[in-house]
Design a protein around this ligand. Structure first.
Ligand code: ADP
Length: 609
């Protein structure tokens, strides 16, 4: 739990600083749809002045009725009745239109915010996604903030509308007495202050509960996602996880209940004051009527006006405290948008285009060291080597020695802490990371199984060519995925994975062949395959590596593998241990060395005997 986020106390200065950021929120809402925002603003203004018309019509009606009684005619009440009908029609129309515009704006705004979050997230480095605090902000931005801008703008317009009503009603009351207007204006303020304090607590409570909400989301994911379902059933974990979910829910429910109970007591207490004040004002106005200082119509007008001022002042203050609360939530989004990636293109990036073949560019690691954030022990220590263009190198070593990390450094998913990585003699930091990644075809050990069609699963390896069926088919043939696709009813159009309609699941090895085809889509001068055949059967692996030399001819290839039948095909093999390359050479050279490689090789050969 985030102890740093202990609830803060309400303070006026903090409210003011929060409101300074309001223009940024408005900009965000405006960008989603200027026309819808303008439409809503206009309706709100119109709704602000209609109460004035109602009050004046009520006065005309009552005074007209009295005249009618006196002269025995209905003529004086005809006009007020027609006017009230028109006002009601306008009011009704405005309400319907407002509801419709709100639905449309909600649509636009949540799309706009989601895209903003997705676009920002896509620019950020991998390290951010491995940091719990960042994840917390991202989840809160996605889940708690999405609906807040709409709620904020609705409250802002409601505030504007109440302000207009209050001003016109105060104008009416002012005609009778200035102090009447003043009392009606100031009485709701204490209740507002009490509500704002609650709004702040509400926000801090949500912040405080956020890590637990994330745990709940994770449990929901575990219990509802096909990939986890097998194991959950096998280990009978449903009760264990639902119970854990329930405990978290219950804790948060009790916290909410306490806060709501406190709020309702305080709010009721403070709302007594405006009620008493209104009663006093009513008495004063009625007394004026008894004294024949004002007509019965005017009495009605003033009592409605008192009621409207008090209702709208309270409404305005409620809107202010809600705007404040929503604004606190929206700040989470701005905190998230303020993250800046570390791995970015330099101002003037060097151009990178690597030709295929021996005239390609060498890859050099110079004294490269790297420690994962939050860890004390480096994964890679002072690693140096040169990969010549067109060479194939296998990385060998036990699990967790840093083989994948080395690959991640080369693709600039991380920056080395020390040393440098050069391609063609130039530090890779000098290149635009996008351009660098365009030159490298990678399939990671934990490749993605896209729940999309078979063709798309391969095509996204080079997204600009996703519709190029000849290329997709040729990539599929290289990895052997074409035979899997031929067995599917809809071929390349077959939906894969169980998440969407008519989706078919594949075996681990079949998915891996598709991922391999994805890497072949690119036809890049550098190819990195991190355990590319771990899920394939012996026959499939044999088939792929039979054609491997041909498939990778002229390309620089780095592959990580635990199978020595594959490893031996490499021009050079690096044996990695405790962050260092302890042996390097061809298969035969390393066997002759009778070192770690020979030990690992014999261990595996032993298992097959
Ligand atoms: P290999 O590919 O050789 O199996 P890795 O390069 O994946 O090993 O990992 C090397 C070490 O770094 C392991 O001890 C692993 O636990 C650790 N490690 C890998 N990824 C991360 C990460 N994102 N954050 C912290 N430690 C990590």
């Amino acid at each position: 739990m985030q102890k740093a986020n202990a609830p803060k106390e309400f303070n006026l200065r903090e409210i003011c600083t929060t409101f300074v950021c309001l223009p940024r929120v408005l900009r965000l809402i405006w960008d989603a749809s200027p026309s819808l925002v303008m439409g809503m603003a206009f309706i709100m203004l119109l709704q602000g002045v209609t109460p004035l018309a109602t009050v004046i019509i009520a006065r005309l009606l009552i005074d007209g009725a009295l005249q009618g009684i006196m002269y025995g005619t209905i003529q004086p009440i005809v006009l007020p009745v027609i006017l009230q009908l028109v006002v009601n029609l306008i009011n009704r129309f405005c309400m319907r239109l407002h509801a419709t515009l709100q639905i449309l704006l909600n649509h636009r705004l949540s799309d706009h915010m989601t895209l903003l979050i997705l676009r920002k997230a896509s620019t950020l480095d991998l390290t951010f996604f491995e940091n719990a605090e960042f994840y917390d902000r991202l989840t809160r931005a996605r889940q708690e903030v999405i609906n807040k801008p709409l709620l904020l703008i609705v409250q802002l317009f409601s505030l504007g509308s109440s302000l207009v009503t209050t001003i016109v009603m105060l104008g009416l009351l002012f005609q009778l007495s200035w102090w009447l207007a003043l009392v009606a204006l100031v009485v709701p303020i204490p209740s507002f202050l009490a509500d704002s304090r609650y709004g702040l607590r509400n926000y801090w409570r949500a912040l405080w509960q956020s890590p637990r909400k994330r745990q709940q989301l994770y449990i929901v994911d575990l219990l509802t996602t096909d990939t986890y379902n097998k194991e959950i059933k096998q280990f009978n974990l449903t009760h264990f996880f639902t119970e854990r979910y329930h405990v978290l829910s219950d804790q948060m429910y009790q916290e909410d209940k306490q806060l709501q109970a406190k709020h309702i007591c305080i709010s009721l207490l403070w709302s007594l004051l405006p009620m008493l004040a209104s009663a006093g004002l009513y008495f004063y106005v009625a007394f004026q009527a008894i004294q024949r200082r004002i007509s019965l119509g005017a009495l009605t007008q003033y009592t409605i006006a008192i009621n409207e001022v008090s209702r709208n002042c309270q409404g305005m203050l409620d809107s202010l405290s809600e705007i404040y609360e929503y604004h606190l939530f929206i700040n989470t989004l701005f905190d998230f948008l303020a993250y800046e990636p570390q791995i970015v293109a330099p101002a003037h990036p060097a151009h990178l285009e690597i030709p295929v073949g021996t005239e390609g560019l060498d890859i050099e690691f110079h004294n490269v060291s790297f420690t994962y954030p939050g860890k004390s022990e480096p994964v890679l220590k002072n690693i140096s080597f040169t990969l010549h263009a067109g060479e194939s190198v296998a990385l060998v070593g036990q699990n967790g020695v840093g083989k994948t990390t080395l690959v991640k450094l080369l693709t600039r998913l991380y920056n080395p802490d020390e040393g440098e990585i050069l391609i063609g003699g130039c530090n890779i930091k000098e290149y635009d990371p996008h351009e660098l990644r365009e030159q490298i075809g990678v399939i990671f050990q934990d490749y993605v199984k896209y729940h999309m069609t078979a063709g798309e699963n391969i095509g996204i390896g080079r997204v600009t060519e996703i519709e190029n069926h000849t290329l997709v088919d040729s990539a599929a043939r290289k990895s052997g995925a074409d035979r899997i696709i031929a067995r599917l009813d809809k071929g390349y159009d077959a939906m894969l994975g169980r998440r969407f309609e008519q989706g078919v699941d594949l075996s681990g090895g079949e998915w891996q062949k598709l991922a391999l085809a994805r890497a072949f889509m690119r036809d890049t001068p550098i190819l990195i395959l991190d355990e590319p055949t771990s899920a394939l059967d012996a026959q499939a692996e044999y088939d792929i590596f039979q054609s491997f030399r041909h498939l990778t001819a002229g390309r620089t290839v780095i592959f990580v593998s635990h199978r020595f039948s594959t490893v031996r095909l490499a021009d050079r093999i690096f044996v990695i241990e405790r962050g260092h390359i302890i042996e390097s050479g061809s298969h035969q050279e390393l066997l002759d060395l009778r070192g770690k490689y020979t030990e690992l090789f014999n261990l595996q050969a032993e298992a097959y005997r």
